[in-house]
Design a protein around this ligand. Structure first.
Ligand code: KG4
Ligand code: ZN
Length: 348
């Protein structure tokens, strides 16, 4: 089956063609992405109206690019998948509108995918791919969740953030340090030159005894330290604060993820979402998992942040299991959030 996937939930227009074959690993036939980061940087964050308009401008040229790359024609597409939510309404509408129009024109079915399920299943585009069951740490710009995954569509929430997401903690701290937008990659780059022990920052909920997270207080601690450094802060102190901030976020994420892994009895941890690209997080998790005789699976580095391939992949995997399309926006935000299928049945 050849699936054309569209992602347009926020500030990245992603289009990809994924081919699935029974009994064999899926193949990424082509992938193209346009990031709006530069456009939004001027405003210090995503401007929804600009995002929607830019998706409109980019999406069809990206489709042409993917078709050329993969040497496929639209006639060969079996299924058109798109991000159904959560995300910015106007931005989502662009991907959904194009996908539904293409599906109608080609006489092919369309399939809406929950954005987070796309992230969750993106490691199946890597080699080797994980096997079920596993524990997943989902760390994107808007969500931080730990879950047990027994199969496609069979998800149990183990813990999540009670306020800011880990990606938000990176982004907001980066903004405080004057590093601009998007903050995560900028902060982690600066952190490479800093001393992670220079500032004593809190590790919120580290010893809470559950698998929940809280990152809102960390940003306040970063702000306080930054203020103390004064307006003429030197580059090294800034790098030290960046490194200390990153260490605080990574310490909590990895401690809880490893605790969940231990408690689950499985030997596989999957990490997905933008923050999964963070090198220190990867190193800490890999080392911790090794001590437990376990292994950590990631999507290919380029597919950690938003992309069309994960959407095509998730659609193909749900369909192969005979599941309905993903739920609408917000389904992950209602307790109990899983299983998704019951929620999507209720929504349709
Ligand atoms: O999954 P994603 O692309 O979008 C959402 O679904 O939200 O994640 C974006 C988030 C942003 O908060 C960004 O700062 C963060 O992932 N991020 C990183 C890194 N690369 C992206 N955070 C820390 N280190 C990175 N290398
Ligand atoms: Zn995302």
């Amino acid at each position: 089956m050849i699936v054309l996937g569209f992602e347009s939930s926020c500030d990245e227009t992603g289009v990809a063609l994924v081919q699935t074959r029974p009994g064999a690993a899926p193949r990424l036939l082509g992938e193209a992405l346009h990031s709006q980061a530069e456009m939004h940087a001027e405003y210090g964050g995503v401007v929804p109206e600009l995002a929607s308009r830019d998706h409109i401008r980019r999406v069809l040229p990206l489709v042409r690019q993917v078709l050329a790359q993969s040497e496929c024609t639209l006639a060969e597409v079996d299924l058109v998948a798109y991000t159904r939510g959560p995300g910015l309404a106007g931005a989502l509408l662009v991907g959904a509108g194009v996908a539904v129009a293409l599906g109608a024109a080609l006489g092919r079915p369309t399939f809406g995918v929950h954005h987070l399920e796309g992230h969750l299943l993106s490691p199946f585009l890597a080699d080797p791919a994980p096997e079920f069951p596993f524990v997943a740490l989902l760390v994107s710009g808007g969500h931080t969740q730990l879950m047990r995954v027994d199969a496609v569509g069979s998800y149990e929430l183990l813990g999540e953030t009670i306020d800011d997401a880990a990606g938000e903690a990176f982004d907001k701290s980066a903004k405080l340090l004057g590093l601009g937008y998007p903050g995560g990659p900028a902060l982690s780059r600066l952190a490479e030159f800093g001393d992670a022990t220079a500032f004593a920052l809190p590790r919120p909920l580290l010893h809470s005894g559950d698998l929940d997270f809280s990152f809102a207080g960390l940003k306040t601690a970063v702000m306080t330290q930054h203020r103390k450094l004064g307006p003429n802060v030197c580059e090294q102190a800034l790098a030290d604060l960046a490194a200390s901030t990153q260490a605080a976020i990574v310490d909590v994420l990895s401690a809880k993820a490893l605790r969940a892994l231990k408690a689950s009895g499985t030997k596989r941890l999957v990490v997905a979402g933008g923050v999964g690209a963070n090198r220190r997080l990867r190193e800490t998790l890999d080392a911790g998992a090794e001590k437990l005789g376990a292994r950590v699976f990631y999507p290919p580095l380029a597919l950690c942040t938003d992309n069309g391939a994960m959407i095509a992949m998730a659609a193909a995997m749900r369909l192969e299991r005979g599941l309905a399309q993903g739920s609408t926006a917000g389904a992950f935000d209602v307790r109990p959030r899983w299983p998704l299928d019951e929620l999507s049945a209720a929504a349709s």
